[in-house]
Design a protein around this ligand. Sequence first.
Ligand SMILES: C[S@@+](CC[C@H](N)C(=O)[O-])C[C@H]1O[C@@H](n2cnc3c(N)ncnc32)[C@H](O)[C@@H]1O
Length: 221
Amino acid sequence: MNYDIKHLEEYGEKVIGPVQSDEALLLFSLIRVLRPKTIVEFGYAKGHSSANFLKAASEDAIIYSYDILDESKEIAEKVNDERLKYIHKSQTDFTHADIDNKEIDFVFFDASHNDELNIETFNLIVDHLTEEAVVAVHDTGAWDNSCNEHPGATDGYYVNGWAFPKGYFLNDQKYIHQAGERKFVNHLREHEVGIEQIHLHSSNTFRHGLTLLQKRKVLEV
Ligand SMILES: C[S@@+](CC[C@H](N)C(=O)[O-])C[C@H]1O[C@@H](n2cnc3c(N)ncnc32)[C@H](O)[C@@H]1O
């Protein structure tokens, strides 16, 4: 079996916005293992995560990807792959008709980073998830201060020579870069008791982090 993962050489670890290369490798593997037919992505941006999904997905899969940036629309329109359906609207305007009334096998949240918008979006999609659907939420981790380029700085966490000012230090060790994504999964933990969560976070490297969600079920024996 040959795996087409050459594109991952172009992906970085010290990036803010797109998925990190290691995360893309993980998502690539998940798609290969699960072979979802219907993938929904919130947050196309410049198409890194989407291109990775396309590389991993089966020939008969469709990736519906949402964004609100004109630049995203322009980039997506140049992608020569009929499996990509770019949808130029907000995640909260999702309708079942957008995805051709299909059931969803895999969802990737990486758009607004706002808990209220994500909860609203989740409520729109939850009835359309298959029983074994996997929902991946990006940016739920905390950046560890051991990987901060200027650990003493107070104007933000330093990555690639500049301070990311939008987050905050939770304590000496952890910098919360997207609180909205963490609040979102915490909300689901509290209110969606039928859904399990696993956090793929690391303190040992600069990591944005992913949380995977799936409906709880007993395996028939
Ligand atoms: C972090 S980037 C996505 C990165 C992309 N998933 C990747 O790995 O290459 C977030 C994107 O979400 C988009 N976005 C922000 N708010 C949104 C909303 N309400 N609905 C849809 N997209 C939104 C932004 O325009 C931006 O392009």
